[in-house]
Design a protein around this ligand. Sequence first.
Ligand SMILES: [Zn+2]
Length: 163
Amino acid sequence: MTTTLTMEKLSIKTENKFRTLITKQNYKKGEVICAIPSEDVRDKPNRYTVQIGHEKHTHVGKLAALNHSCDPNVILDTENMEMVAARDIEKGEELYFFYPSTEWQMDAPFICLCGSANCINVVAGARFLPLSTLERHYLNPHIREMMIELLNNTQHNLEKIKE
Ligand SMILES: [Zn+2]
């Protein structure tokens, strides 16, 4: 099976309990790297899950070792359940994605030290980021939907205050 084969092209490196996901081959921008495994879907997030819907958080096997970057080299497309190269990637590179592209409100927020010029500093989920920041990134449909819901609620509350 292709999925299993491509998963073998990824390896997990552990250093001081800190895990990183490394690719053993090159990828071109837009290339599908592997399917996102979905095991044990829950309604609440934990630090190993990836959000794939409003109240749907899945364990993702090996991909739980993916770290966050504000300048990511992969995309997690939760609609097609695929991990895709966001740019050309070379063998030996660490893979990372932009956590708020899947996570609305994270269970374990942290301070980002990625060093990118566009670093968001506090990684806590999409709901804590301004639209101008989110718009620069690939966002999954459930994040877009929740963003629109939040904006509509805010508008609704503002109108109530005016009355
Ligand atoms: Zn950052």
